[in-house]
Design a protein around this ligand. Structure first.
Ligand code: LP5
Ligand code: MN
Length: 244
């Protein structure tokens, strides 16, 4: 049956070999059967710029994606808060197409809004302010003009600041805001929503203006992995276990 797969928050990096192996198995065994693979952000632990493509781990990942594309599976990628610097060189090497956040698609007849999910977390004001700053083209241009090692050093500082900030934020602040979800549903014609980011996998049902909408939150790939599979009959989650 024609179907599409959705993943996010893999946080791929060289120091997590078990997750990398799990992703390798997913790409080789599961994804080639799908018409399309949608990667909805935070594919990498962080992305410092496309001039880091030559790093062997990154080369290996782009080869895996390109090999998948050659089987006929279309690959779509949306930026997350950790890898929003992914740009055209990566996309070309991986044979992937960048999707803006949000993107409304027709998924087997059902309007479906794809998002990373961080914009729904509107109570996290410190993060939203930070996001506004680093998503500006001017900031990105200046950041990318600095040497790669300097960028990586700045990112390491930021990662520590972020971990420190998160340790003091109440958990509710780092979840989606109900009014922001409602506004997204209303603005886009009451679609189904699929997003990641919060690391709280679930299927939520929202009733907005008398319309019933479902919102799928994708799992992260930490202790286990997982994906959402959607076809004309609907969506279902599948988990992937790390083999011993
Ligand atoms: O990713 P996750 O879920 O752990 O945390 C996010 C928010 N944190 C981030 C930061 C990233 O995790 C760190 C890696 C990003 C690499 C990006 C590369 C390019 C940018 C390089 C910039 C130097 O996104 C976290 C949210 C959480 O999601 C839940 O929604 O709470 O947000 C924070 O913790 C941010 C703090 O609240 C504010 C941080 C202020 C830091 C100010 C330094 C500014 C330096 C750079 C300037 C423009
Ligand atoms: Mn994220």
């Amino acid at each position: 049956m024609p179907h599409s797969l959705f993943i996010s928050d893999l946080h791929l990096c060289p120091t997590r070999p078990a997750i990398n192996a799990l992703f390798g198995r997913f790409i080789q065994d599961t994804a080639p059967h799908a018409e399309a693979l949608y990667i909805l952000g935070d594919f990498f632990e962080y992305w410092a710029g496309d001039d880091d493509l030559a790093e062997p781990f990154h080369t290996a990942i782009t080869h895996q994606l390109d090999a998948l594309a050659k089987t006929g599976t279309r690959i779509y990628l949306m930026h997350g808060n950790r890898d929003f610097l992914i740009s055209k060189d990566f996309l070309r090497a991986a044979s992937a197409t960048l999707l803006p956040d949000p993107t409304l698609i027709n998924l087997y007849g059902q309007p479906t809004l794809l998002m990373h999910g961080d914009t729904l977390c509107s109570d996290d004001v410190a993060y939203q302010n930070f996001r506004g700053q680093v998503r500006s083209p001017e900031w990105q241009h200046a950041f990318l003009a600095t040497p790669l090692p300097a960028r990586k050093a700045q990112i390491e500082v930021l990662r520590k600041q972020s971990a420190q900030a998160k340790s003091t934020k109440p958990a509710e602040i780092m979840d989606t805001n109900a009014d922001t979800v409602t506004a997204a549903l209303r603005a886009h014609g009451y679609p189904r929503i699929i997003h990641g980011h919060t690391h709280r996998p679930a299927r939520h049902v929202h009733e907005v203006d008398g319309k019933v909408c479902e919102r799928w939150v994708l799992p992260d790939w930490y202790e286990t992995g997982g994906y959402l599979r959607c076809d004309a009959a609907g969506c279902e989650t599948h988990s992937l276990e790390i083999s011993a």
